[in-house]
Design a protein around this ligand. Structure first.
Ligand SMILES: [Zn+2]
Ligand SMILES: [Zn+2]
Length: 103
């Protein structure tokens, strides 16, 4: 029997809220994680490797290690939670981009 099996990467977006890209400065970078899945007949059936979170910019294509560019303590310091919808926002935001409430 011939089996079509292989391992392929799958990008998972961890955070819907865009972050500021360290390369171009635009808030177009999203925190993603590339996991590797074992495929059988092109269907991912098993996650074999969990990747590290990376910041991927849709504007300039920059992909950086989020741990290197955004230190953990700085990230938690620079973030706040919207009281309206509960989403995590950057501290610089004065209004929530999701529900429009003042932060
Ligand atoms: Zn960028
Ligand atoms: Zn909100």
């Amino acid at each position: 029997m011939f089996m079509i099996a292989g391992i392929s990467p799958k990008t998972k977006i961890l955070e819907q809220a865009p972050r500021t890209c360290p390369a171009c400065g635009l808030a177009q970078a999203r925190l993603c994680r590339i996991d590797h899945y074992l495929n059988l007949f092109f269907i991912p059936i098993l996650r074999v490797k969990t990747g590290r979170p990376v910041l991927v910019c849709s504007q300039c294509g920059h992909a950086g290690d989020s741990n290197a560019s955004v230190p953990e303590n700085a990230a938690s310091f620079a973030q706040t939670r919207c009281r309206g919808c509960g989403r995590i926002l950057e501290k610089e935001f004065r209004f929530c981009p999701y529900c429009g409430k003042p932060v």
